[in-house]
Design a protein. Sequence first.
Length: 162
Amino acid sequence: MKAIIHDLGTEQNMRLRAAADLVICADGRYAPCQGCFRCWTRHPAACVLKDELREVCRVLGMCEDMTVVTANLYGGYSPAVKNLLDRSIGLSTPLSTYRGGQMHHTLRYGRKGRFHVIAYGTFTEAEKQALRLMAESNAVNMGFREHSVAFCADAEEAGGQA
């Protein structure tokens, strides 16, 4: 299963639905993670917030490949995309293990294929490096075997690469 998380808006949302099994538009209407960790402890992989992202961990846990399309914000994800990724913390458990020579949380759903980030906007070299490091860290944390980052000038180009 392939998932796309994006902040491109509703006009590109329909086109992206043909390219993936799951498309989530980070449009800013989802509640932010409350940091309660109940998705780790009381309700494994289920968020206590009652919105469309309540089961996002379970759904993303089934994905083999994930693509994140985001506007560049100082070398990071857009706030709406970051919010959505924060809500997926239940992909792991509160227990720890070593992966890639570093301490990480144990994966709830096992290893996955590819994590791809497509960022658009203007970039400095430092911002590009920050996005590369963030994508690598996110890939390891979420259990992806591979990761990649692409940089695009605008949202239209980014949507075409997704």
